[in-house]
Unconditional design. Structure first.
Length: 119
């Protein structure tokens, strides 16, 4: 008999293994920007717009805008050549970034691209 996730306890050896994988196809909606962090790490950031799966018929197109971060040197140069309107395919994972701002602790969600292809 298989237990449902709600009946498993934190100490259970039967917990399912989590997975953080995303695969997206969308249109670039902002100019990619290269940043050098205080640590010396480099990242290229931009946004894409993707269609949202609608649960009910709607005459309006429903979309989401997602922040993309490209850390791998192999794909940073490709990311910097992207322009708004270009279509891309991205494979990666969801990450929450934390930092300290003047107002205190801040955070945001990003898609960290492991693979990036212009379509």
């Amino acid at each position: 008999m298989t237990k449902s996730p709600s009946t498993l306890t934190a100490n259970s050896s039967e917990l399912p293994q989590g997975r953080n994988e995303v695969s997206l196809v969308g249109a670039v909606s902002s100019i990619p920007i290269s940043k050098t962090l205080p640590s010396g790490d480099e990242v290229v950031e931009f946004r894409i717009v993707i269609d949202r799966a609608s649960k009910r018929p709607s005459p309006r197109r429903e979309v989401d805008s997602l922040e993309i971060a490209v850390w791998k040197a192999r794909y940073r140069k490709s990311a910097l050549r992207l322009e708004p309107g270009d279509w891309v395919e991205i494979s990666g994972s969801v990450h929450r970034r934390f930092w300290t701002s003047a107002a205190g602790l801040a955070s945001r969600w990003q898609i960290e691209a492991d693979v990036l292809h212009k379509l």
